[in-house]
Design a protein. Structure first.
Length: 319
């Protein structure tokens, strides 16, 4: 049995959607104080595998059930990557990365319960989920690209530095965000320990990292508007700036209104979207050789060069 590249891409999209949804359902567990609705893993508690006698237990188990959906989605991505015609090593590796990440996060989820929702474990759980989003975006993007056409940088080096600046800034914003959460009131259980840091101080650090990253993105946006050779980043940088600004408005609103659960839930969904946009932007800075403007070697039609002309031309071949 064989499947087409289009089918493999559709399966990858399904895996990415499942990986995104579970981040929000996981946040719902924390925000409804259901983090210890089941105090054991994989059983709900020492007596029952499945226990729906309380709302907290039911919510926690729904999230665990959804983990099964995610597992099926990423395993399907691996299986389909083997029967895809032609078979591609990069897609097989990326699909396996998703499976490995989901297994690691399931184990980390168990550790999180065993350490009574210690903030470091909760932080690690979300951060690994966001890394999987980046890997999922890469899988979807690459699954839609021609076979046998290695990626090459397709924008000037300054743009690439700025793109990585946005990606690193997003990472910093996400990490500092989890520190604010670790110190804040939404622990997932009223008895969970909290990080001993000043909330206003870490929130300021979090907000500042976002502002700094938005500035880097705006510098990139200006180059995209003025330089033809940077224009390929137009959609990616606009998308990132748009989502990040919405997320920043949401962040300040929730901070100033006492972090209501619904806004925090939306903020987690926003963090997922910003992370996906950052990963997509990084991918925009390179392209399969066959898709480079001006043909192989990356020489842009306008006559302006991308600085990669010295790279060897590779004729695409089917594997
Ligand atoms: C690019 C923009 C932003 C990103 C990617 C981002 C990301 C995050 C992440 C990942 C968390 C942790 C969520 C969790 O652990 O469940 C978080 C929490 C938080 N963020 Fe942001 N954030 C952004 C902008 C902002 C801004 C501008 C503010 C304003 C100060 C803000 C305020 C907060 C607060 C107060 C929390 C803690 C919420 C809680 O108690 O759980 N965020 N953010």
């Amino acid at each position: 049995m064989q499947v087409s590249p289009a089918t493999h891409r559709r399966v990858s999209i399904a895996a990415l959607i499942a990986l995104s949804v579970i981040i929000v359902t996981g946040a719902a567990v924390r925000l409804t104080n259901s983090g210890l609705g089941c105090d054991d893993w994989p059983n709900c508690n020492s007596e029952k595998l499945i226990d729906v006698s309380s709302a907290h237990a039911a919510i926690e188990q729904l999230n665990r059930l959804f983990t099964g959906v995610v597992a099926v989605a990423v395993i399907a991505a691996v299986l389909v990557s083997y029967i895809r015609a032609p078979r591609r090593r990069d897609l097989i590796i990326l699909s396996w990365l998703l499976v490995a990440g989901v297994v690691a996060n399931a184990l980390l989820g168990a550790v999180t319960v065993w350490v009574d929702l210690h903030p470091y474990a909760v932080q690690g759980h979300l951060l690994l989920s966001l890394v999987l989003i980046a890997a999922g975006v890469a899988l979807v993007r690459r699954a839609g690209e021609p076979d046998g056409a290695p990626r090459q940088p397709c924008v000037p080096v300054v743009d690439r530095v700025l793109v990585w600046g946005v990606a690193l800034g997003t990472t910093l914003a996400v990490v500092t965000g989890t520190v604010v959460t670790g110190a804040g009131p939404h622990a997932g259980d009223e008895n969970a320990v909290r990080l001993d840091v000043s909330i206003p101080t870490v929130a300021r650090l979090h907000g500042s990292s976002v502002i700094a990253t938005v500035i880097v993105a705006l510098i990139l946006a200006r180059r995209v508007i003025t330089l033809p050779e940077s224009r390929v980043l137009s959609a990616g940088v606009s998308r990132w700036v748009f989502i990040a600004l919405l997320q920043a408005v949401l962040g300040y609103t929730q901070y100033l209104t006492g972090v209501p659960e619904i806004l925090v839930g939306l903020h987690v969904a926003g963090a997922t979207a910003v992370s996906a946009a950052a990963a997509a932007l990084v991918l925009d800075a390179s392209a399969p050789q066959a898709q480079l403007p001006g043909g192989f070697g990356g020489i842009v039609e306008t006559g302006v060069t991308t600085g990669i002309e010295s790279s060897p031309n590779v004729t695409p071949t089917s594997q």
